[in-house]
Structures are given as structure tokens and as C-alpha cells.
Design a protein. Structure first.
Length: 270
């Protein structure tokens, strides 16, 4: 696993970093703020390198980095070292969230693309239920009345919609979400029903992951467990980065379809 502590390139050591943070929290000195932003800037490239998305044609990596810098600045301004959480741990999800929010705000994902992603989710879930095995690309494409090339292209385009495992439990059509993080939140809840429900959902998700086709399961393992970048995964598997992105997106679409069926079966039947 990647040690995020080393990503920032911090040469002052933990004690020196703690001193700088304490000084910044006390003084809110703009010059010190700039120093902290520059020191942790490599975190942004780390996050960008791990985004399993296909960028809109109008954007390049520098645009995405600028979105991440916004999240880094926000993290620097809001970080409280007194909470005992390392800055890298605090900042990475905020950098990633800033990138995702800015990409979605560009409205490059049309309503029709989102609908096609949902259609693919339902197709995966329906075919697995009827065939008794995870459907192959060709089977899903035929079911949807698409060419194999068009189906794979739609999976790639939907990568910004699916984005990550955190979107798997997003089952609400009105735009509200139930994320993996949300399902795991409030572990201290004394409500036995809630605890049992959470355990049941996570068990269903685990079983769905185990049913994934081998290559898709491998991509998820390399990306989320080993924390490799798409480029690194492409070298390990001997395929292109775009193919890795497509396999990641297909895996998430399969899982979302399965979780939609598990959590709201009446919608899948309608």
C-alpha cells in the first residue's frame, strides 16, 4: 500500500511539520499558508493519478490538477491538527471531492448519458439474475441492442458518473445518495436494527464483488487495495489505461446494479 505520509515530500520531519501547523493555526499567516500549500502540492498529483475516470475532451490533466488545488487550499484552511488526524489523511478526500464536484459542474455528463449508465446497471443485474453468471460484454451489448464497441464506449463515458466504489450504494433516482462511507458511518449507533441492516448491506456488497469477472475484480483489487494508479495497473495487466478505466467502470456499474436490486428490488422490476 502507498504510504501517503511520503507523498508530500515533507523534508522537515513530523516534529517540524507539527510546529509549522501549530504556528499557522495560531497566526493564520498568508505567507505560511502559501508555504503549506506548496509543500503538500504533490498530494494533488497523487490523487489525480488515481482517478479512474475518462476526462472530457475539453479538459487535460492540468485542468484537473487545478481543481485539486482548490480542494488542497480548502483542506489547508480547515485542517485542525488538534484532532490527531494526519494532514494527508484529511486532505486527500477533500482534494478528490473538489475534482469530482468541478467535473460534474461542467455538465459534460448529459442526462442521456446518466440514463444510459442506469440502463447498463439494470442490464448487468437482470442478465446475471436470468443467466446465473456475470454476463459478458457481448451479452450485455446484445441485450441493450448495441454494438460491442458502442457498449464499451458508453461504459468509458460513464466513468465520471460511476466515479468510484463510493457511488455503488447510490440508489436514489432523485439525486440523493447513500455512499459506502455513509453506510459505514455512525458505527457507534446503539440501534440494533440499523446495525443489522448495515451488516446485511455490506455482506451483499462483498458477495457481489466476489461474483465479478476475474479481470474486473483484479482491477478493483489493484486500484483500491494495492492503491496502484491506472498507468501502473495497465502495465501489470498488459492493457491500455483506457481499457483499465473501462473495466473499473464496468465493475462499478455491475455492483451498482446488484446493490440497486438488493436495496430496491421493486425499482428493478418496474
Amino acid at each position: 500500500m502507498v504510504q501517503v505520509e511520503s507523498i508530500s515530500g515533507n523534508e522537515t520531519g513530523t516534529e517540524g511539520a507539527d510546529t509549522l501547523w501549530a504556528q499557522y493555526v495560531r497566526q493564520r499567516d498568508p505567507a505560511l499558508r502559501e508555504r503549506m500549500i506548496l509543500q503538500y502540492a504533490p498530494l494533488v498529483k497523487y490523487v489525480v493519478g488515481r482517478l479512474a475516470i475518462s476526462l472530457p475532451a475539453m479538459l487535460d490533466s492540468e485542468d484537473v490538477i487545478s481543481f485539486g488545488i482548490i480542494g488542497l487550499i480548502d483542506a489547508v484552511e480547515r485542517y485542525d491538527p488538534a484532532r490527531g488526524v494526519k494532514f494527508e489523511t484529511y486532505a486527500i478526500p477533500r482534494i478528490r471531492g473538489s475534482i469530482i464536484d468541478n467535473l460534474r459542474s461542467l455538465d459534460q455528463i448529459s442526462r442521456s448519458t446518466k440514463q444510459k449508465a442506469r440502463d447498463i446497471e439494470r442490464a448487468f443485474a437482470h442478465l446475471e439474475s436470468t443467466l446465473g453468471h456475470p454476463p459478458r460484454d457481448e451479452e450485455v451489448a446484445e441485450y441493450l441492442g448495441l454494438s460491442l464497441e458502442r457498449f464499451q464506449q458508453l461504459c468509458l463515458q460513464s466513468s465520471i458518473t460511476t466515479m468510484s466504489l463510493d457511488s455503488i450504494l447510490d440508489v436514489d433516482e432523485d439525486g440523493s445518495t447513500m455512499t459506502r462511507a455513509g453506510a459505514l458511518a455512525d458505527r457507534s449507533s446503539p440501534d440494533p436494527h440499523s446495525l443489522a441492516e448495515r451488516k446485511e448491506v455490506l455482506s451483499a456488497l462483498s458477495e457481489a464483488v466476489q461474483r465479478l469477472p476475474e479481470r474486473e475484480r483484479l482491477v478493483l483489487s489493484l486500484y483500491y487495495v494495492e492503491e496502484l494508479t491506472l498507468k501502473e495497473i495497465s502495465k501489470v495487466m498488459g492493457i491500455s489505461e483506457s481499457r483499465v478505466c473501462q473495466l473499473h467502470s464496468q465493475a462499478v456499474l455491475r455492483l451498482r446494479g446488484q446493490m440497486r436490486m438488493f436495496m430496491a428490488p421493486e425499482r428493478m422490476a418496474s
